[in-house]
Design a binder for this molecule. Sequence first.
Ligand SMILES: [Cu+2]
Length: 174
Amino acid sequence: MENKSRKLVVPVSVLTILLISFSINFANAEPVPEWVKNTALWYGEGIISEEEFLNMIKFLIENKVIVLDSITEPAPQIVNTQVIIPNGNFDVTGAGFYSPLNLEIEVGTTVTWVNDDSVPHNIQSMGDSGKVTQLFNSPPLNTGDRFEFTFEKSGVYNYFCSFHPWRVGVVTVS
Ligand SMILES: [Cu+2]
């Protein structure tokens, strides 16, 4: 009894895998021939070889009973992005954090910092010791000025403004 139920389970699970992996062309589907059902059953029972079973699937594809969706990998979308230095950013008591404060991007993204504040700022990459590192370093940015840097390696990058060193921001590159 146990043996018999096991024999039935295998072809059912094989067909389940097919249903998940492919889109079946129901709209203008060719009917599944009876011999195909038998082949699935016999394969499950070990009566026919794997090659015969795969040939049956090939037949279903060639005769458009199974229609494969064309699988196109979307090209990685590098969306270049901005960090706003908001109005009031200079004010140590204010909430004028870089926006976003922690920018998450993918490798290859160019980040543009835009000074929307009323006073000059700069952007200085910051090492673990909290000091300036020579990775990305802007000149003083007046109101409306921009500074760009392209992140070519993954990592967590801190930066700050040397005029207002309490303003620390993060770019996380993955
Ligand atoms: Cu500043």
